[in-house]
Design a protein around this ligand. Structure first.
Ligand code: DAH
Length: 342
């Protein structure tokens, strides 16, 4: 009996060592410790032993049972631990791995310039307004003193839409009408930044889409001196106090008188070169005193109110400030260009 039990324990121990899965472990349990298992069979045999041998045999059998149960418990713990290890290893998260560097975005040069322009004007008390990019003929032209078929329309190569009278604005000046209608009859000063579109051959000097910033101030006793003061402050803030600024008489249908504003050429410092077409000056914007009819169209009495307006292209301003040779770089989306202004 003892030999039989010993053999059973040896077998159990040997086979338990080879177990690797929970299913194998279950099977091992039924083989050795189950109701129909090997130990039960041995125990049943005790009854047929001579009476004096039975107590010892029972004791031995119990020792083997406890040993088998201990084997089961130890193996079961080991298998659980191994399974956990395997799971941890396969789903490993290496917290010491260096992170992927976050790629930092940057503001586009046009946006940077727009913000600078906005900041300069806000120091002079100008608020910010927006007006539509898809505009009607009335607001884009007629209310700005440009009747149908007026030759001044040729100053703006305009994208028209399939809908009669609807167009993509070629300038931000129609924003003047929105601003006046919003504030009339109160005095105000705002800038209107936004996108403009022109039906033109794209070249190094002209894009199909670009930005403009319109500035407008309306009130009592506003004179051309106020316009000059604003222009001088702006030009000095953007181009440096040493740069010369000049106003050159010009024509726009919605201003009277009108003036174009030039800064001294930064390349030749006024001596004349190909950049400034040998004039020594670079044009930066158009401006003027708001035409009485335009004031009336905006809801102001020109006998009492006056105002000035100006319009500029921030891309052109950036081109002049950074010696950029081609306006197409702005919207060509080449990072080698854009990242220079990070
Ligand atoms: N809208 C004009 C253009 O795009 C620029 C301009 C000129 C705006 C004179 C003004 C102004 O406000 O007074 O060519």
């Amino acid at each position: 009996m003892l030999a039989q039990l010993q053999e059973l324990l040896d077998q159990g121990r040997a086979s338990a060592a080879a177990l690797t899965t929970a299913a194998q472990l279950d099977e091992w349990y039924s083989t050795y410790l189950g109701k129909k298992g090997a130990l039960t069979t041995v125990l049943r045999g005790i009854g047929s032993l001579p009476a004096e041998d039975r107590p010892q045999a029972g004791k031995d059998a119990n020792t083997v049972k406890v040993a088998l149960e201990e084997l089961y418990r130890a193996r079961s713990e080991a298998i659980e631990r191994e399974a956990l290890q395997a799971e941890l290893a396969s789903g490993a998260l290496d917290v010491f791995l260096p992170g992927r560097p976050a790629s930092l975005g940057m503001m586009h040069l046009s946006s940077q310039t727009l913000r600078e322009i906005t900041a300069v004007f806000s120091r002079m008390g100008f608020g910010v307004l927006r007006s539509p990019e898809v505009e009607d003929d009335n607001t884009n032209f007629q209310l700005l003193n440009i009747p149908p078929h007026h030759p001044a329309r040729d100053m703006w190569s305009t994208f028209y839409t399939d809908q009669p009278g609807l167009l993509l604005r070629p300038h931000t000046s129609p924003g003047q009408i929105y601003a006046m209608k919003k504030f009339a009859p109160e005095p105000f000063r705002v800038i209107l930044p936004g996108k403009c579109y022109r039906y033109e051959q794209v070249t190094s000097r002209s894009e199909m889409m670009f930005h403009q910033v319109e500035a407008i101030a309306v009130g009592e006793n506003i004179t051309m001196g106020d316009l000059k003061g604003v222009l001088t402050y702006f030009a000095r803030a953007m181009f440096g106090s040493e740069r010369k600024v000049r106003l050159r008489p010009s024509y726009f249908p919605f201003t009277e008188p009108s003036a174009e504003v030039d800064i001294e050429c930064y390349l030749c410092e006024g001596k004349g070169c190909p950049m400034c077409k040998h004039s020594g000056w670079l044009e930066i914007l158009g401006s003027g005193m708001i035409h009485p009819q335009v004031l009336r169209n905006g809801g102001y009495d020109p006998e009492r109110y006056s105002g000035f307006a100006l319009g500029m292209g921030p891309e052109r301003i950036a081109i002049l400030r950074h010696n950029i040779t081609d306006i197409r770089y702005f919207f060509g989306n080449d990072l080698r260009f854009l990242e220079q202004f990070a």
